[in-house]
Design a protein around this ligand. Structure first.
Ligand SMILES: Nc1ncnc2c1ncn2[C@@H]1O[C@H](COP(=O)(O)OP(=O)(O)O)[C@@H](O)[C@H]1O
Ligand SMILES: [Mg+2]
Length: 469
């Protein structure tokens, strides 16, 4: 869990401060330029006052020294020049050596870029320069005033102004981010932290229903998140519980089934002996008894197989395909069948890499279904037959099991491949196709039902790489 000063909150505070400072810099540049411009204007205005005085007296050259010096020092100026109608007048401080060069600042130029540039220059270069401030008397472009003065005082005041502004913005940034932080953390971070904490806790113990988050009644995105998380967690909770129940049930069924099969096996021994008795009544009933018990044992056995087979992954070895299919047909009762013709079209000497038991069981189930379907319709099908063919593409190897029986009944179609559901015949488990499908998939292939007008066809499609010769 991130602490209070890591993760999201720190990112938010840092971002807010950086953004505010960036905004402050953008604001600072023009305001520093403005500060410098008005400072320079003030000086110029003193120059204008001095010029008016010069204008008023007939003989400016002979003004008392004391007066001109006071005029100049009050403006912080070294000298003032006043030009009008082609003539100019100059007053300057006494006993001061005039600097040899000066930087001209023309206050008549007012474009923002050069104002900002001027302010930056003052800050960087302004400690030793002398300025020649040039401007005009208000609204009279033909009367030009020049004030000569050192730049250092301007720089000092501009620095002071900048420092104050900097501290002010810093305080502003801190206050703003603090306020925003409190706001954001109460509205966003705290609920997010609650949700992440809950997710971590729940994922550690998803079977504990007490850990499912209780959503608040917020209507925003956080509220949606809370409600969705709560729904998801309760889904996971019930799914887990259901799975555990199913696993328990499966275990119980397997146990019962196991005992049942053993009991039935002893009953089978008994019924075999009973069948050998000479009593004609017994002779009449015994075959049905034997048949029912056989069926029950088959049922118990296939349920046991289903539970067992999914547990072991296939162990592939080289297998001769033609031979394997013939053996499966034998197990399915097709080889030597009195009425059904079995044809194995797979060529000799095709070898694949497969688990022989599991692979044979796929076809055992498919072929047995075909035989049972054909037997069920009895003599209604002319020349009943079951065949298997092999087709190859560069990527796939397809084995098709086809019969000319009655076709899949609708009930079987609806639950095709679903264990315990797919059976459409008395005494069927509905496991055959489910097992065949699972085993095909375990070999990297897929089992599909191919709809056709007559009979039934199932395709076992396997990756081409399974073939080794
Ligand atoms: N070749 C086939 N011809 C007609 N119906 C078939 C064929 N194969 C399967 N079925 C139908 O599909 C159902 C499901 O088969 P399966 O999963 O093997 O279960 P089960 O054989 O125990 O009933 C069967 O009950 C049968 O109705
Ligand atoms: Mg079957």
């Amino acid at each position: 869990m991130p602490g209070p000063f890591s993760g999201l909150s720190v990112k938010i505070i840092a971002t807010i401060i950086v953004v505010i400072l960036a905004v402050e810099i953008v604001i600072y540049l023009p305001s520093a330029a403005n500060f410098r411009q008005s400072w320079l204007n003030d000086r110029l205005r003193v120059g204008v006052v001095a010029a008016r005085v010069l204008d008023a007296v007939p003989d400016a050259m002979n003004l008392p020294r004391m007066l001109t010096d006071r005029l100049l020092t009050s403006a912080g100026a070294l000298a003032i020049v006043y030009r009008r109608e082609g003539q100019s007048q100059l007053i300057e401080l006494e006993n001061v050596t005039m600097p040899r060069e000066a930087v001209t600042v023309d206050l008549r130029q007012r474009d923002p870029a050069s104002l900002i540039l001027g302010a930056l220059e003052t800050l960087v270069l302004g400690s030793n320069r002398t300025l020649r401030i040039v401007g005009e008397e208000d609204g009279m472009p033909d009367r030009v005033i020049e004030v000569l003065m050192p730049e250092a005082p301007l720089r000092r005041e501009l620095l002071l102004y900048s420092r104050n502004l900097f501290f002010l913005s810093l305080i502003l940034a801190i206050i703003t981010s603090a306020v925003l932080y409190v706001f954001v953390s109460r509205i966003l971070i705290a609920p997010i932290r609650r949700l992440t904490g809950n997710m971590v806790e729940f994922s550690e113990a998803p079977e504990n229903a007490a850990l499912i988050v209780t959503p608040s009644d917020r209507r925003d995105e956080i509220g949606i998140m809370e409600r969705e998380l709560a729904a998801m967690e309760s889904d996971i909770y019930s799914m887990l519980r259901q799975r555990r129940h199913l696993a328990d049930l499966g275990l119980a069924v397997a146990k019962i089934n196991h005992d049942l099969r053993n009991t039935l096996t002893s009953a089978q021994l008994l019924s075999d002996q009973v069948a050998n008795l000479d009593d004609p009544k017994v002779q009449r009933l015994a075959p049905r008894l034997v048949l029912s018990i056989d069926k029950a044992i088959g049922f118990a056995q296939s349920v046991l197989d289903y539970g067992r087979q999914s547990a072991t992954p296939p162990r592939p070895v080289p297998v001769d395909l033609h031979l394997l299919l013939d053996e499966a047909a034998f197990d399915a009762g097709l080889v030597g069948h009195p009425s059904i013709r079995w044809t194995n079209h797979v060529p000799d000497a095709v070898s694949i890499s497969a688990d022989p038991d599991q692979f044979a069981r796929i076809f055992d189930n498919l072929l047995k279904n075909a035989r049972e379907a054909l037997e069920a319709v009895g003599g209604k099908v002319e020349a009943p037959q079951v065949e298997v063919t092999l087709a190859e593409t560069p990527d796939w190897l397809t084995l098709s099991v086809t019969d000319n029986g009655p076709g899949l009944p609708p009930r079987a179609r609806e639950n095709l491949f679903v264990a315990f559901e797919g059976s459409a015949k008395a005494g069927g488990t509905g496991l055959g196709l489910a097992i065949a499908r699972e085993l095909t998939e375990a070999h990297g292939g897929k089992l599909s039902f191919v709809d056709q007008p007559l009979g039934t066809r199932f395709d076992v499609t396997l990756p081409r790489s399974i073939r080794i010769a």
